[in-house]
Design a protein around this ligand. Structure first.
Ligand SMILES: N[C@@H](CCC(=O)N[C@@H](CS)C(=O)NCC(=O)O)C(=O)O
Length: 211
């Protein structure tokens, strides 16, 4: 059995879920709701992933896989449908990896901002952290506004998947940011991304936290 340690709140897990749907693997993987708390990592999960992070994929007779990009690579190898998430051509692959890293970096920035704002006591918060995160997100969004046409011209790939999920995450957690304002190309690109069945099937959700 192939098990994905999963949460409907996690943007990194969402990347993997979109990939599983795109590659025809959604029914081949069992999702297990797993708590991953950066402040209090659950002790029993360290035996599966020494960083106690989700997503983590457990496979029969093979070592577990962690990190969303690594699991995307696995999905590309194991899947049977859709275009290659990581193209074989070296230059095309580098461009996809750069977009993949940009989307993931936006997620890291968003999660850092969330931790700073909502998981730290007010007296321990440093306004420079939030300000720096906001500047990085604004710069990334500005870059993507100029990059949307190039992404739209490619077959669907891991770079678009990662950037698309990052924008969905901004809608989920930072709606007030209004990232679409002044960015019509990116907004149009994201509307097409959000209409994919794989994206519709994997909506973010604030479910009850497991014990
Ligand atoms: N680089 C990892 C990041 C995964 C990650 O940070 N996941 C969060 C959940 S959204 C987590 O497990 N946090 C718990 C922790 O940091 O201890 C990936 O791409 O999969």
């Amino acid at each position: 059995m192939t098990i994905l340690h999963w949460s409907p709140r996690s943007p990194y897990v969402r990347k993997v879920m979109v990939a599983l749907h795109e590659k025809g693997l959604a029914d081949a993987v069992t999702c297990v709701r797993t708590l991953a708390d950066p402040m209090v990592p659950p002790g029993d999960f360290f035996a599966v992933n020494p960083l106690a992070k989700i997503p983590t994929l457990e496979r029969d007779g093979q070592p577990p896989l962690w990190d969303s990009r690594v699991i995307l690579e696995w999905a590309d190898q194991a899947g049977t449908t859709g275009p290659a998430l990581f193209p074989a051509d070296p230059e095309a692959r580098l461009r996809v990896l750069a977009d993949e890293a940009l989307g993931t970096g936006m997620l890291e920035t968003g999660v850092a901002m969330l931790i700073e704002r909502f998981m730290r006591a007010p007296e321990a918060q440093d306004p420079r952290v939030t300000a720096a995160c906001e500047r990085k997100l604004a710069a990334a969004l500005g870059y993507l506004e100029g990059h949307a046409a190039e992404m739209a011209a490619r077959d669907f790939d891991a770079g678009q998947l990662s950037v698309g999920v990052a924008l969905c995450y901004l809608d989920f957690r930072f709606d007030a940011l209004g990232w679409r304002n002044g960015r019509p190309q990116l907004a149009a690109w994201h509307a097409a991304f959000a209409a994919r069945p794989s994206v519709i099937a994997t909506e973010f959700r604030d479910d009850p936290r497991p014990e």
